[in-house]
Design a protein around this ligand. Structure first.
Ligand code: FAD
Length: 528
């Protein structure tokens, strides 16, 4: 679907195709609204494909005394684990405790106990140093007082966004990528009447009508709707990760530890066949319209953390497969009388909503709590939305399922293992069977170094709104993050599999490959 194909008039227009916009589109479609989502780039191109990929309560929020937010996040985690196995899966964390740590054993014990109470089951325990080292032999033994295990969950963030959009489409919603909202249109009384939109690839423009617009554009939110009042502004903070292969960074569980420089929590998380190591938390000075890029300082900070936790590993930044940087919007609070900004890690991560005559802006928050953001945004948009009759509610119910419950039974012809089928079902929902039907048996093997099947590529290329090769390799599947050089070594096979289903001639393929390579080197490689 392209901008030119769209109807003119809608009940609700959602701007921004990250997790927040996708969650709102799904909630609105489930309520029976005629809802349209417009994304200026690819779906999940923004922060929602660049997170730490955790669906979690967040121990740091607990430490900041944000019990309600942590509890809501833990509840969402439990729900997603139940509803989307294969997409959202449990991850076991280890947390070592060293001598001289500010956050000592008993504070952590208290935090993890509260975390378990919120989840309704005990999932943590303490181990003495020898047991702990037996579980994770490569970590620093000096000064180790022991450590905890606890449970959280992880996700493929971009695929979660895509599944929400796909689910919305099945309920009658509509989502279009590479379509930018250039203006919010208002009448003489200042009430919203629609948006002006532009197809960023063809240049075509069109006006679309709606009395309600939800601006879910994350770090870009103030471009369409500046924060009211003075003194406050959105402060873009960048968080970056390094990606290593499991051969180079062999860990059996996810690890969380306190960085020696500033005592911030840093993670090493096994993910999709590789290890994510991050994050940083720094002011983002770059142009937010471009892919964010990790800086030299961030790499040094992360490598210092890596050497601290794994002193025996012979590892350098050259071993890094890829890098990943994302920018989150936080409400920047001016420090009265000091003229400076407060420590990035102390800024609140909670979401904010502001409303003006039919325009509702929502930004901040977490991937994990997308349903809460969707509910609160639709509640704020309530006065401008058409009144409902019949079974539809005016506000989505907390107890509504995230995904439709229809049982999907496997097409047995391809003899997939239960784990492979679980993964496909989690990631693609009802479409999982289409993958088995349209692919050959030899493509039901993993692309080396990843958990991705070759068979996922042609399916995604055909059915998932792919308009550039980077959409396919960075977000539909995550080959670009998981294989050295962005997977360029596999390009011939990728082209062979996808050429029959993409309307690209030889020249377009060459251009796409070259743009992908340039983009990857610019924003996802390790800078020299
Ligand atoms: C480093 C890092 C790690 C994180 N880790 C976690 C984690 O592990 N777990 C967790 O729960 N949360 C995590 N978060 C937070 C989470 O990633 C974000 O809260 C979430 O992704 C924000 O989603 P969003 O949809 O609001 O914004 P985005 O994903 O940025 O989406 C906004 C979209 O709007 C589009 N847009 C902008 N302007 C326009 C326009 N004019 N027209 C059309 N489209 C437009 C953009 O292209 C973009 O795609 C992390 C954040 C960071 C930075």
């Amino acid at each position: 679907m392209f901008l030119s194909d769209l109807d003119e008039s809608w009940d609700l227009i959602v701007v921004g195709g990250g997790i927040t916009g996708a969650g709102i589109l799904l909630a609105a479609s489930r309520m029976g609204l005629r809802a349209l989502l417009l994304e200026q780039n690819d779906f999940a191109w923004g922060t929602s494909s660049r997170s730490s990929k955790l669906v979690h309560g967040g121990l740091r929020y607990l430490k900041q005394g944000k019990f309600l937010l942590t509890r809501a996040s833990v509840k969402e985690r439990e729900r997603l684990l139940k509803e989307a196995p294969g997409l959202v899966d449990p991850v076991r964390f280890l947390l070592p405790v060293y001598e001289g740590h500010r956050t000592g054993r008993w504070i952590l014990e208290l935090g993890l106990t509260i975390y378990d109470i919120m989840a309704g089951r005990k999932q943590h325990g303490f181990h003495d140093p020898s047991d702990f080292l037996a579980m994770e032999p490569k970590i620093k033994g000096d000064g180790l007082l022991g450590g905890f295990h606890f449970m959280d969950a992880q996700v493929d963030d971009a695929r979660l966004v895509l599944r929400l959009i796909d689910e919305s489409l099945m309920l009658g919603g509509c989502g279009v990528n590479y379509t930018m909202v250039t203006q919010i249109m208002r009448n003489s009384k200042g009430n919203v009447v629609g948006v002006a939109a532009k197809d960023t690839l063809s240049g075509e423009t069109k006006e679309l009508l709606s009395k309600t617009v939800i601006n879910a554009t994350g770090v870009w939110a103030e471009n369409l709707h500046p924060l009211p009042g003075t003194g406050f502004h959105l402060r873009p903070l960048r968080g970056s990760h390094l990606v290593f292969s499991t051969d180079i960074l062999p860990i059996s569980s996810a690890l969380s530890f306190f960085h020696p420089e500033d005592k911030r929590p840093v993670f090493a998380i096994p993910w999709e066949g590789a290890v994510l190591f991050g994050t940083t938390d720094v002011d983002h000075q770059g142009d937010i319209s471009l892919d964010p890029v990790i800086s030299e300082q961030e790499i040094s900070y992360l490598m210092e953390g890596l050497y601290y936790l794994f002193p025996s590993l012979d590892i350098s930044k050259k071993d890094c497969i890829a890098t990943l940087a994302g920018v989150r919007p936080v409400l920047g609070r001016p420090v009265l009388g000091k003229g400076g900004e407060i420590d990035p890690s102390k800024e609140s991560r909670e979401h904010m909503i502001w409303v003006n005559k039919g325009l509702v802006t929502v930004t901040g928050g977490k991937l994990t709590t997308f349903r809460m953001l969707a509910r609160n945004s639709i509640k704020a948009a309530g006065p401008f939305l058409p009144k409902f009759k019949g079974p539809n509610k005016s506000v989505p119910d907390k107890r509504d399922p995230v995904f439709s419950h229809a049982e999907i039974s496997q097409d047995l012809s391809k003899r997939l293992s239960p784990q492979t089928w679980r993964r496909l079902k989690g990631r693609y929902g009802k479409a999982a069977n289409k993958i088995t039907q349209m692919s050959h048996s030899e493509d039901f093997v993993q692309i080396p170094g990843t958990h991705t099947l070759w068979a996922e590529l042609p399916f995604a290329a055909k059915h998932e709104h792919v308009r550039h090769l980077s959409d396919l390799l960075l977000r539909r599947v995550r080959v670009g993050l998981l294989i050295k050089d962005g997977g360029m070594e596999h390009m011939d096979r990728i082209q062979k599999l996808c050429q029959p289903v993409l309307p690209w001639d030889e020249k377009r393929w060459e251009d796409e490959k070259s743009s992908y390579k340039n983009l990857w080197e610019l924003a996802y490689s390790v800078p020299d």
